[in-house]
Design a protein around this ligand. Sequence first.
Ligand code: ZN
Length: 315
Amino acid sequence: MPGSRVWYHAYSMAEYSIGVDLGGTNYRAASVDRNGNILERISGPTNSPAGREAIVNAIAGAILELRSRRAGEQLAGIGVALPGFIDIAKGYIHASPNVPPFQGFHARDALQDKLGAPVLLENDANAAALGEKWFGAGRDVDDLLLLTLGTGIGGGIICGGKVLHGFMGMAAELGHVTVDPTGNPCACGNIGCLEKHASATAVSGMARYLNLGENLTAEQVCGLAQAGSAPARRVFELMGWALGVGLANYVQIFNFPLYLLSGGVLPAWEFFAPAMLREVEQRSLTYRSTKTRIEKATLGSDAGLVGAACLPFHS
Ligand SMILES: [Zn+2]
């Protein structure tokens, strides 16, 4: 029967997808299988000063190269994660402070025209949250919140298995909630944002303030804490306090079963987690009366790449 032959052919062909994680400095691209396993990777500089067309060409070049290496296999689609506010339905980027040439850009259509394949866009922190939900620490839940502690603090919210976008793609700006109304001023215009008190940058700033050193990275402050430095441990207590205030608010609002932390500050978990959990316990009735979990994410820096790559499998 001709029909069953076609069916057999379509389902016997190996299927893969391609993801791109576009950052302010570098882009990373990878082909993945349906189970989120990375098959091959390509990376390169984003080179924003060269402009929009150059960035599109660089990404498209990486995607075409990954496609050429899987000739004869079925491409399910392409997912692109990038920092910024995105209108997912229109494939339009309202703003992208880390990739300025993409501001006010119909990136999805531009890439689809160039590649002749379906393209899906997603905010990078949301893509990381999806990656953790599909293949990482969040596999057993449908609702979770992810905080990425890096230079700033990014966030993604998965509700009922789907990303919470908000009406303009600006939901989950979790790093810019107030944890200290009289705290440090933030570039966003607010005072006392979570990311000014709990990001890797904030850890470096507090270390400087406590005379630990001028330009210490969060990793170096962690090393000092491990070596027994009391001021370094104090830095992480303060950071944990701020995280706890923020998390207590999220727990009260969402009543999700799982809140994940990721980013370069995770190795300092033993130094900031006690203060963080103490604060959440004290401030959140919901936390005290439920089995809410606050844990480490497990996919590391690949979460956004894998989440983006698997968007076509879930659309
Ligand atoms: Zn802010």
